[in-house]
Design a protein around this ligand. Structure first.
Ligand SMILES: Cc1cc2nc3c(=O)[nH]c(=O)nc-3n(C[C@H](O)[C@H](O)[C@H](O)COP(=O)(O)O)c2cc1C
Length: 165
């Protein structure tokens, strides 16, 4: 199956999650193209889509919304899965909760699911304003991404596609 995987990522870690999902789906036998949201083509030539974004101040990044809006007609006709990367920490990653636009995104895409993945915060990549916010909210620095969970989710997508669900 031809699958498009799209990610909006400010500092690169969500794009790496998308690449891992792409690798897993390729190993399962699919033809997969992975794009950053701002460079992604319309989803019209694909048979399934996986779309994700890092979340900042509770919201998906603007380029992810633009991709969804531009591809909405195509996305309504193929199976779609959404993912969000954001919460930080080992034990109980924070903050908890869906991106604020999730209801709208689900309506635009008819997505079969939405998965939240724990993210990464790299001090060296942040600008001054971001460092200030991180300090105020006491977010922890580190790479908390759970590659096992990411691969497992991609495998579930493959299973659904194989089952024709
Ligand atoms: C200024 C700032 C605001 C953030 N706001 C949120 C937020 O509201 N909710 C959340 O879950 N994560 C938030 N995060 C964490 C990022 O989503 C997380 O670091 C993510 O993995 C970054 O992905 P990227 O490397 O693809 O940009 C924030 C991070 C920064 C630096």
């Amino acid at each position: 199956m031809n699958i498009i995987v799209v990610a909006a990522s400010k500092h690169g870690s969500t794009l790496e999650i998308a690449q891992e999902i792409g690798t897993e789906l390729r190993q399962a036998g699919h033809n997969v193209d992975v794009f950053e949201a701002k460079e992604a083509p319309d989803a019209a030539n694909y048979e399934a889509a996986v779309i994700g974004s890092a979340v900042y101040a509770g919201s998906w990044l603007a380029e992810a919304h633009t991709f969804v809006a531009n591809s909405q007609a195509a996305l309504q006709t193929i199976p779609v899965w959404l993912f969000t990367s954001g919460p930080l920490g080992e034990e109980e990653p924070q903050p908890v909760g869906d991106p604020v636009q999730l209801p709208e995104l689900l309506a635009q895409t008819n997505a079969r699911g939405h998965q939240i993945f724990v993210g990464k915060l790299d001090r060296d990549k942040l600008n001054l304003g971001e460092k200030l916010i991180v300090k105020v909210v006491k977010a922890p620095y580190g790479d908390f991404r759970d590659w096992e969970a990411i691969r497992h989710w991609a495998a579930e997508i493959d299973e659904s596609l194989r089952a024709g669900l």
